[in-house]
Each structure stands twice: as C-alpha cells, then as structure tokens.
Design a binder for this molecule. Structure first.
Ligand code: F6R
Length: 228
C-alpha cells in the first residue's frame, strides 16, 4: 500500500489525477471504476482540465440510489454526466452506472458483474470513504466477499448525504452498490480521502483490524492500493 500525504485537498487531487493520467497513457483502453460524492469532484475537474483521451476508456460506477430516475439532480447518473462525462470524449456506450430504476434488481446486479467481467475486469478503482468506513455503499457489517447487490443505507450515511437533498426524508433508503468482493477484484485501487472529519476513520482503515465493521479496512489485503 502506498500512502501519499499532501498538505491540501488540491495537492492530493493533483497526485490522484496524475495516477489516472498515467494509466490512460499506458493503457488507452483502460477500464476504470468511478465514485461519486464530494471527494472526487475536485479530481474530475482536474481530469477535465488535463484534456486526456477517453475515447477508448470504459467506466463502471460503484453505486446508485434506488428509486431516483436518471434525470433526478441527485442521481449518480446526473452527477457523473454533469461533473465528468459531458466534459470528456468518452463514448456513452462505454459508460456503466447502476440503474436505480431497474425492475429486476438482482438480475440487473448479476448482469452488471458480468459486464465488468466482459470488459476484462477493472484496471483502477477510484474510491472515497464514508465517515463510517464504507466504500461504495458497503456499509459496516457488509460481507467482505460481497458482489453487486441491493443495500440499505445506514442512518449515518443518509444523514451525511442529506446535504445534497432538500430534506432528510428525501434521501433514498436503498441503493445498488458494487460489493466489497467486486472492489477487491480491481487490479489496483486509488483511495482519495481529505478533511479532518475523516482522519479517525482513515486511521482505522489503514492501521486498525480488518473487519466488516470498517469495510474499507479490507484494502489492507489488496496488493495494489494508493491512498492519497
Ligand atoms: C459514492 C461512494 C461513497 C463515497 C463516500 C464518501 O459513489 O462510493 O462511498 O465515496 O460516501 O463521500 P464524500 O466524498 O461525499 O465524503
């Protein structure tokens, strides 16, 4: 595990953006796993400014709220198109985001896993962490071997994400998320964490026991993780 500590979120973002730029340079048809939330926002801005060639890149997003239509401003579909995809030359057919309105959710999840396999697996998975140590929406007590599936959001995560909605009641209660096993199958992981509010959980993730109570702690067993 490589841990790169930077003095500011902007400096950390620049390091993380360089990791992705290097991958696209070495492998123009890379498969990249992407996250949403406030942490990757700066990263996506930096990537847009770098004017990289995304024409052969395939992406898979970690998660999506269940019940929000794609066009809802807080859907992760809207987030990704607004904050990254519409600014880069990615082919829309190479973009994959879980469908929060899928009628058959277990069937959709199995197909999502199959699509990742068909794409040759994920070369680099971008991650943030929740204040409870979640990755994707794999909340504490998630199975460390889990695959893409439906999950219930914890009260803490709903509270954390309420800032994006008009009220707490509007925050969805369920989501589709790649599993911890799905994330661990990525060939490399780029975890970006910033802010004092995440210092304690990051210590637990990197130096505490590996436990489903702190889902991101499983990354201690991943052979190729960069933490910025
Ligand atoms: C979102 C995701 C989540 C976030 C985490 C941190 O796709 O996978 O695990 O990375 O909730 O969110 P922020 O960056 O908003 O603190």
């Amino acid at each position: 595990m490589e841990i790169i500590i930077q003095p500011t979120a902007a400096a950390a973002t620049a390091v993380a953006a360089r990791v992705i730029a290097r991958l696209l340079n070495e492998k123009p048809n890379a498969v990249i796993g992407l996250a949403t939330g406030s942490t990757p926002l700066l990263l996506y801005r930096a990537l847009i400014d770098m004017k990289l060639d995304w024409s052969r890149v395939t992406t898979f997003n970690l998660d999506e709220y269940i019940g929000l239509p794609k066009e809802h401003p807080q859907s992760y579909y809207s987030f990704m198109w607004e904050n990254l995809f519409r600014h880069i030359n990615i082919a829309p057919e190479n973009v994959h985001i879980p469908d929060g309105k899928a009628k058959d959710i277990p069937g959709f999840c199995a197909a999502y896993e199959q699509r990742i396999r068909d794409a040759g697996g994920i070369d680099l998975q971008v991650l943030g962490i929740g204040t409870d140590g979640h990755i994707g929406f794999n909340e504490p007590t998630s199975s460390l071997a889990s695959r893409t599936r439906i999950k219930t959001l914890t009260p803490q995560t709903r509270q954390d994400n309420a800032r994006f909605f008009a009220s707490l009641d509007e925050v969805p209660t369920h989501c589709i998320t790649m599993g911890i096993g799905t994330i661990m199958a990525a060939r490399s992981v780029l975890l970006v964490v910033s802010g004092e509010g995440k210092a304690t959980i990051l210590r637990d993730v990197l130096q505490g026991p590996v436990t489903p109570q702190v889902p991101a702690s499983i990354l201690q067993f991943h052979p190729s993780v960069t933490v910025v």
